[in-house]
Design a protein around this ligand. Structure first.
Ligand code: UDP
Ligand code: MG
Length: 300
């Protein structure tokens, strides 16, 4: 099998049939074997029913259906773990990423054995100003405080060679942040620009709050430097408080309430940082699966 397309689907009933057709039209006439691995991430609409209808079609299909919604990260992992292709592409179901770009990715991998992954990045951000400001800011911060490179605008839309897929699925962490994992495993990635199309139907599942949480998870997964903030703040406070302490003793003046609030707030914030990491360790320690498969269907 030359290629597997991994497609995470959450409430995409209106997009599955157009996506399938776009894939069939794109790869028609190219004589290589390929399969589509649809991951139904606990959709509550008719996504699974629409997917099941595709089983009788001409294209090799696997449907992995989760017991509930586990999130796109979990869906991507399940797809990668169940993909049999020599090349594996992650692509959204909503046709924002057109299958024709996959042909360019394959060609690059075919002609250059040194490249292990071809990733698409948006040549211009399609979202509103607030969202792109937030995303740009996130990439700046994350690149500053982690040692892993995060490429701004790069998406999960990419094609990997088999060894890289195996390296990614070999990482069993519970809190997954794929853009970081893709970079952390190393290998050579080539970035190609692509223009994001409008969503074919339905709505984006990302709210600002969801993205913010995801961004925090991403930072925490790739650096422990925030844990040093309490240490440095503590040292700073001790150094500054010494002369103040001496002055207070000498002049018999008490500490102002403002200072108490300031120090109290700082301690609470630092405990919050500790708590974030402690919670991640706790969750990882439980060793729960990243996803649960309820149904596994295939037509080959
Ligand atoms: N998705 C998923 N699980 C989720 C949220 C999204 O599998 O919990 C899928 C979704 O069906 C789509 C892809 O991930 O195929 C990208 O989602 P979306 O289009 O909402 O994100 P955006 O394109 O706005 O970044
Ligand atoms: Mg989308």
């Amino acid at each position: 099998m030359k290629l597997s397309l991994v497609v995470p689907c959450f409430n995409e009933e209106g997009n599955i049939a157009p996506f399938y057709k776009a894939v069939a039209d794109t790869f028609n006439g190219h004589d290589f074997d390929y399969e589509i691995v649809f991951v139904n991430d606990g959709s509550t609409d008719g996504t699974l029913q629409v997917l099941k209808k595709l089983v009788t079609g001409p294209i090799a299909i696997k449907i992995i259906s989760f017991s509930r919604n586990f999130g796109k990260e979990a869906a991507m992992l399940a797809g990668l773990e169940n993909a049999g292709g020599e090349y594996v592409t992650i692509i959204d179901a909503d046709l924002q990423q057109h299958p024709s770009v996959v042909l360019d990715m394959i060609e690059k991998l075919d002609v250059n054995p040194d490249i292990d992954c071809v990733a698409a990045y948006q040549d211009e951000r399609s979202e509103d100003k607030k969202m792109s400001f937030f995303k740009e800011g996130f990439y700046k911060i994350v690149n500053l405080i982690t040692d892993t490179e995060f490429v701004s605008g790069a998406s999960d839309f990419r094609t990997f060679r088999r060894p890289m897929v195996d390296s990614i699925t070999g990482m069993k962490e519970y809190f997954r942040f794929s853009k970081g994992l893709f970079s952390w495993v190393g290998y050579n990635t080539e970035y190609i620009p692509y223009t994001v199309s409008e969503r074919a139907s339905g709505e984006s599942k990302w709210s600002f709050a969801k993205l913010f949480k995801y961004a925090l998870d991403g930072i925490e997964a790739f650096t422990i430097r925030p844990l040093r903030i309490p240490l440095w703040l503590g040292i700073l406070f001790i150094v500054f408080s010494l002369p103040l302490f001496i002055i207070a003793l000498a002049t018999d003046r008490s500490v102002t309430p403002g200072a108490v609030f300031f120090v109290g707030g700082t301690i609470l914030a630092c405990m919050g940082i500790l708590g974030e990491y402690l919670a991640k360790t706790y969750m990882q320690g439980k060793n729960r699966p990243v996803y649960i498969i309820k149904e596994n269907i295939s037509n080959r």
